[in-house]
Design a protein around this ligand. Structure first.
Ligand code: ZN
Length: 391
């Protein structure tokens, strides 16, 4: 949806933001809007701000994940306009406050949320403090901070060195145990299939000591991906850990995709031949519910078009390169000019079918050999089958 001028307001309020601060800013914007030269833009911006302010009265504080408000005078075409307000409570927390006024709505943060469901458990620790968090897509969420009572290396006078060392080790062990229990509880609360792995950060040898001591719940201990050097163990350490691990995570994703492609290739040459590729073969198997895993190349750019004869009612569906491609064909039944009545992106269309059929979908990058082959040799889509359909 668009506006005629710079008059559509997008407002992202994080859960920890004071509504009164937002109200104060919007009032200031309202005052400034008086300087806008175009009368219609000025009126539209001011009425949008008034509408948002009216809605905010119902929110003494932001909801759990914050709130997003879109408001403005929409251009409906043909000189028709309409002042519209939409309120969204997102399923993930909004991380930063944003006031945006433009001729279109600002959607990036919401689109970002839709991208990634995979979650990584994060833990940064040293002997004094630990921070536990989660990484979803690119957003880091700190969940718990712990501090220890481990005494420093310097012992007090009168204490025997051996006794002091003993007490210190006990305190360290207790602290690790507390960390392990808290982190396990948080990580186990994530849906098992969404928790991709656990990353541990901190100075050496603390993190190694923690890892080897197996302080996590055994299910979580199995999910540890790696140990990484980070300097901070507070919330900023979680971000440092994400950066330090990004190469490892990237490699992990490629390894996973490689394995799936290799499984497809093996099936393709085996006697059982539980494999299919290309638009028509994959589609036929998919419709029968015979596909276990559908592999889609990240470079696949096609649309599924619905074609109709306006004269006799003949219809068919067809996979085409671009929405805007010239289409000049005549009806095989009556000879009239056919027309395209609907197009949908093929990735969207296929994933919808997969949802209905309980089929897994894997997106395969073209940045490794087998992935490149999927795009170039197999038409960008392939399937690993549950059983041989003979198609
Ligand atoms: Zn016809």
């Amino acid at each position: 949806m668009t506006g005629k001028g710079t008059e559509l307001i997008s407002l992202y309020i994080p859960p920890d933001k004071q509504i009164s601060d937002v109200v104060a800013q919007l009032r200031a914007e309202h005052g400034q809007a008086a300087n806008i030269k175009s009368k219609s833009t000025r009126t539209n911006v001011q009425s949008a701000l008034e509408s948002v302010l009216a809605r905010l009265k119902y929110y003494p504080r932001p909801p759990e994940n914050g709130i997003v408000i879109f408001c403005g005078t929409l251009d409906l075409g043909g000189h028709r306009t309409s002042l519209d307000t939409r309120i969204i409570e997102p399923h993930e927390p909004i991380t930063s406050y944003k006031y945006h006024c433009d001729s279109s709505f600002y959607l990036d943060p919401l689109e970002e949320m839709l991208k990634e469901k995979k979650t990584f458990g994060l833990l940064v620790l040293d002997r004094r403090e630990a921070t536990i968090g989660l990484l979803r897509g690119k957003s880091v969420e700190a969940r718990k901070h712990l501090t220890s009572t481990v005494p420093g290396k310097q012992r007090k006078g009168g204490q025997s060195a051996r006794r002091f060392q003993q007490l210190r080790l006990i305190a360290i062990h207790d602290f690790y145990k507390r960390i392990g229990d808290s982190a396990s509880e948080i990580f186990l609360s994530i849906d098992h299939k969404d928790l991709e792995g656990v990353l541990i950060g901190g100075p050496s040898p603390t993190k190694e000591e923690f890892f080897e001591g197996e302080f996590f719940h055994h299910e979580i201990q199995k999910k540890i991906i790696g140990l990484f050097d980070v300097a901070y163990t507070d919330e900023s350490g979680l971000y440092e850990l994400m950066d330090a691990a990004s190469d490892a995570l990237q490699d992990m994703e490629v390894v996973k995709q490689k394995k799936i492609m290799q499984r497809f290739m093996r099936e393709l040459v085996s006697d059982k031949g539980l494999a299919a590729y290309g638009d028509s073969q994959v589609r036929a198997n998919l419709d029968m519910g015979a596909v276990d895993t559908l592999l889609i190349s990240e470079d696949l750019r096609l649309v599924r078009a619905e074609i109709e004869c306006p004269n006799c009612g003949y219809t068919r569906k067809e996979t085409r390169k671009y929405i805007s491609d010239v289409f000049e064909e005549t009806c095989p039944v009556c000879g009239s000019d056919l027309r395209i009545v609907d197009t949908v992106d093929i990735v969207e269309e296929l994933t919808n079918i997969c949802d209905q059929m309980g089929t897994n979908v894997e997106f395969i990058s073209t940045e490794f050999e087998e992935g490149d082959q999927l795009m170039r040799a197999f038409g960008g889509m392939a399937a690993i089958l549950r059983y041989d359909t003979g198609i």
